[in-house]
Design a binder for this molecule. Structure first.
Ligand code: AHR
Length: 625
């Protein structure tokens, strides 16, 4: 393979090409990235969260030495959080225990912040303890509840041993009674040490990708599976007890402790642009049913529904208020709320997504237009990202593009979950997309095999496809693999980029591809002439080349993908870039059996112009100028 860059044809490409898509799917937020260790802390789980499963109720994850658990809702901590537990220990002491999410994982020596809201008719000293499976106490503290009004009490616990299946036990002594809610336990070691923060290892894993943006809160979660399930961002901010818990259409409960404010903070912490995606006034596929992934529902539309037109003005105002929350100064109504949450400085929101792979129908269109017109006229500097619908057979992708061009929408969100073969054979997918108008945000994509594992084959097919995306980085402005996170035993979708349990994080080969692209991004693409001895299409299609310039670092970055079953000998002539023909370079390489799912990148060094690309490999080389 002979590769010669054509310097004269270089072009600027997006500096936001690789980002992340965060959705609370597969326990991505509660029980996942959100570091809260207590499950159902708010006693708001309901059977309707999970297909009317009666065991999924307000006592889920809790048990009591008294046998039954009494849940009340008169005079609650907040109207949005009606349920609380009433502990009656007048005759005998009562211990209330929470099992966490598949147990509570604790590390010896680390500190944990316990807090709860409680009230009691008379002062009572409650014992709070971390206990292991055998009932042995690992740490305990006394908390004196002294008010008959709801008050927050705190304690710090420091376990004496590392265990992965502890529980939290709260004991109320005999002769007293207590109401409690918002029972919470956080490690003090969260990402960046934030209270109400994120799990450090998982958040760091995301930060390591060097994502240029974070899309949140979904996916389907953003638009819900019915009008009443649309993710109302206002219900996800403010004091935790005032947030509106929401049924998660993936079959569980969203506390929304990880809400809009925390998403903005995370973006700030990792220096990524926030990209909130809001419903376009319609739920998933404009449908009132939960059939959000049935192709039949998508192609036949079922019963169409959206927010009633007479309520759309209020919904549009909610969207505008979000931008004010993010960017308004502290004298504005919503900017003041951001300041009250501890962040007087604006979050500098530049992008907002409206709609998530919705069918473009007569229900969608007028609602989208209303939101689009209002946002663009009130906030012309905010880039609105529209949607062109789902990428399923029978879905009308074209209508989305027609609408985008008619309204001159700056960017639209495309989604596709496809086979490695599709990615190999559609490397030129964006080559003929018109330039100068609407750009593409490839907001969800992944390579799927039958049975849907991810392995070297899926990873390499994406590495190959992304060479084409970089080549088209003047029309494709952003990309994000989906879904991002999946918790062991709580996975509704496969494959995912990162798997985890309470203790460990497992990175996939797909992750390493994202990592290699995210950490080796450029802002200028340098086309190359690629000559391959064997000109059969299937051979040519399996070699990918992309050269970008990282102006800040003063490097050229060469990405080379070989999806052939044989080694490829490359002659990489970088003299057109003004570089010496022979020089030592360093980089990283991912290579292994296509079926393997545990390959990691290794460091490589070589002397140009000769590069050997092993069979089934992805190589990134950094060449300093
Ligand atoms: O990524 C999983 C789901 O796939 C998203 O929630 C949805 O937008 C898409 O259909």
């Amino acid at each position: 393979v002979d590769i010669v860059p054509r310097m004269a044809e270089s072009k600027s490409i997006s500096d936001k090409l690789v980002g992340i898509f965060f959705e609370d799917i597969n326990y991505g937020a509660d029980g996942g990235l959100y570091a809260e260790l207590i499950q159902n802390r708010d006693f708001e789980y309901a059977p309707s969260d999970r297909g009317n499963d009666k065991n999924w109720n307000s006592t889920k994850a809790w048990s009591s030495s008294a046998g039954s658990i009494v849940i009340k809702n008169d005079n609650p901590v907040h109207e949005n959080n009606p349920n609380y537990v009433a502990l009656d220990a007048e005759r005998n002491a009562v211990t209330l225990t929470n099992e966490g999410y598949d147990g509570i994982s604790l590390k010896k020596g680390d500190r944990y912040r316990f807090s709860f809201m409680a009230r009691s008719p008379k002062a009572v000293a409650v014992t709070v303890a971390l206990v292991d499976k055998a009932g042995k106490v690992l740490s305990s503290a006394k908390v004196k509840v002294s008010s008959s009004e709801w008050t927050t009490y705190k304690a710090e616990l420091k376990p004496s041993r590392t265990v992965s299946d502890a529980s939290l036990a709260i004991t109320v002594p005999a002769g007293s009674s207590l109401d409690a809610d918002m029972i919470s336990l956080f490690p003090t070691k969260t990402f960046k040490g934030r209270e109400n923060g994120l799990r450090k290892d998982l958040a760091q894993t995301l930060a390591d990708l060097k994502p240029r943006f974070v899309r949140f809160p979904g996916g389907c979660v953003a638009h819900g599976d019915g009008v009443d399930n649309i993710y109302d961002w206002k219900g996800s901010i403010g004091p935790l007890e005032s947030r509106k818990p929401l049924r998660n259409l993936w079959g569980y409960h969203q506390t929304r402790g990880l809400g809009y404010h925390e998403y903005f903070l995370f973006c700030e912490d990792i220096d990524a642009e926030p990209l909130p995606v809001l419903a376009a006034g319609v739920p998933c596929q404009n449908s009132g049913t939960a059939a959000h992934h049935s192709h039949e529902a998508i192609t036949t539309l079922g019963q169409q529904c959206g927010i009633p037109m007479e309520e759309m003005d209020a919904y549009v105002q909610d969207v505008l208020d979000l931008i004010e929350y993010a960017n308004g100064d502290v004298t504005t109504e919503w900017g003041a709320k951001r300041a009250a949450a501890g962040h007087p400085e604006p979050f500098d929101l530049k992008y907002i997504g409206i709609g998530n792979e919705d069918m473009i129908t007569e229900v969608f269109e007028p609602r989208f237009r209303m939101i689009y017109d209002a946002v663009t006229s009130r906030y012309p500097d905010v880039t609105v990202i529209g949607t062109v619908g789902p990428f399923y057979e029978g879905a009308d992708y074209d209508r989305g593009w027609e609408l985008a061009r008619e309204l001159d929408i700056p960017m639209v969100d495309e989604h596709y979950y496809v086979s490695p073969g599709w990615l190999i054979h559609n490397n030129n997918y964006y080559d003929d997309y018109p330039r100068g108008g609407t750009q593409v945000y490839l907001g969800e994509y992944a390579s799927h095999l039958p049975g849907r594992p991810n392995n070297m084959e899926t990873a390499l097919s994406m590495a190959l496809y992304l060479t084409g995306v970089e080549r088209n980085g003047d029309v494709v402005a952003m990309t994000s693999y989906a879904p991002l996170l999946a918790k062991k035993d709580h996975t509704q979708w496969t494959p995912d980029l990162i798997y985890f349990d309470n203790d460990k994080v497992r990175l996939t080969t797909d992750y390493y591809v994202q990592h290699m692209y995210g950490n080796n991004a450029g802002t200028v693409f340098v086309p190359s002439e690629v000559k391959i001895d064997n000109v059969e299409a299937d051979v040519v299609n399996r070699i990918g080349v992309s050269i970008v310039e990282d102006k800040e670092a003063g490097d050229y970055i060469v990405k080379l993908v070989n999806m052939l079953p044989v080694e490829a000998d490359v002659n990489l002539d970088l003299t057109p870039l003004g570089l010496l023909s022979s020089r030592k370079v360093k980089g990283s390489m991912l290579t292994g059996d296509p079926k393997s799912d545990n390959v990691m990148p290794v460091d490589v060094s070589m002397t140009l112009p000769s590069v050997k690309l092993p069979a089934y490999s992805f190589t990134v080389l950094r060449v300093s100028k």
